[in-house]
Design a protein around this ligand. Structure first.
Ligand SMILES: Cc1ncc(COP(=O)(O)O)c(C=O)c1O
Length: 332
């Protein structure tokens, strides 16, 4: 195991299923597979549960009694952190952007899971996170700060381990390697871990992040390149990364973060009706919209073996702003 030096607590149902998508493959003219990290099992699952196995272990090693993290109001990362904290006997304090919103979708689950919510209003989230850490200390707690998206080398290491899990699954089933792994990339931890894992195992697979909210060069050079290099250093691996060997496509950001457009709606509906798979309106819906477009434009060639890495997020479907649009669009 490349990550064996790092402490880890079991939180996720692993390995997540690796499944072919025969009906979608036939429709799209590629050989499409899916890695079901929407099925990591913790309170709705998702990619952050893998990261939290390492991050909660780090919080415990630091003798914390409270974890603090932040995100958008419908953050899947915050919901999974709340669940991981509950399961580990820790308190969770979540700093959410903007003004208080009704308890729907992930926010409802955050409150059910017992997290304390701090609404940041229009103040910079880093300042509010720092203030929240200070307030928790002043109240006698020992907080551990989990970065936005769980994206530091500790969180990214989980996706190095995930590539090892994938390699084992393909070896056991005698499957040839994938030409590409395609997934939603935002704070970069998933992307960095996948890129490093694929490089460390020497797989002939392109790791292609569909950018949810950042211009390509910022995502590849600054965020993912830096984080993948740091993760390699921390794990004692020789690999170094930059925009040269980190791949992303920023052509699908639409009207911005969290704005579900026609392309995401089309992808969500297609996956649901063809394979019974629920995508989410913010991340995986956008990544799948990218996948569909890249295939239609021939940027992904006919017959390619593609692994769509599902990173979760379905609770956001139930937030009124998304549910209302999806219901209106899909009325029969
Ligand atoms: C469902 C889903 N997919 C993808 C991502 C992006 O992962 P990362 O932040 O590691 O880039 C997130 C992050 O919040 C997410 O919730």
């Amino acid at each position: 195991m490349l990550t064996e030096k790092l402490p880890r607590v079991p939180l996720a149902h692993l390995p997540t299923p690796l499944e072919p998508l025969p009906r979608l493959s036939e429709k799209l003219g590629v050989e499409l597979w899916i890695k079901r990290d929407d099925q990591t099992g913790l309170a709705g699952g998702g990619n952050k549960t893998r990261k939290l196995e390492f991050l909660i272990a780090a919080a415990k090693a630091a003798h914390a009694d409270t974890v603090i993290t932040g995100g958008a109001p419908q953050s899947n990362h915050c919901r999974q952190t709340a669940a991981a904290a509950a399961k580990s006997g820790l308190r969770a304090v979540l700093v959410l952007a903007g003004e208080p919103e009704p308890a729907s979708g992930n926010i409802l689950l955050d409150t059910l899971l017992g997290a304390e919510l701090v609404w940041a209003g229009n103040r910079p989230r880093d300042a509010v996170m720092a203030e929240t850490v200070a307030a928790q200390k002043a109240a006698g707690h020992t907080p551990y700060l989990i970065p936005y998206g769980g994206s530091n080398f500790i969180g990214a290491s989980a996706y190095v381990a995930a590539v090892e899990e994938l390699a084992q699954q393909t070896a056991t089933r005698n499957l040839p390697p994938f030409d590409r792994i395609l997934f939603a990339s935002s704070s970069g931890g998933t992307h960095a871990g996948l890129a490093l894992g694929v490089a460390a195992l020497n797989l002939p697979t392109q790791v292609l992040g569909i950018s949810v909210d950042k211009p390509e060069v910022e995502l590849t050079d600054e965020i993912v390149g830096t984080l993948a290099t740091e993760t390699a250093r921390q794990l004692g691996l020789p690999h170094r990364f930059s925009g040269e060997n980190i791949f992303a496509d920023d052509g699908y950001m639409g009207l911005g973060y969290g704005v579900m457009g026609n392309t995401e709606r089309e992808a969500i509906t297609l996956f649901a009706r063809t394979e019974g798979i629920l995508l989410d309106p913010v991340y995986t819906g956008r990544a799948a919209a990218g996948l569909l477009d890249l295939i239609r434009r021939g940027k992904i060639a006919a017959g390619e073996r593609i692994l769509f890495w599902h990173t979760g997020g379905f609770p956001a479907l139930f937030a009124p702003k998304y549910a209302a649009k999806l219901a209106a669009e899909n009325r029969q």
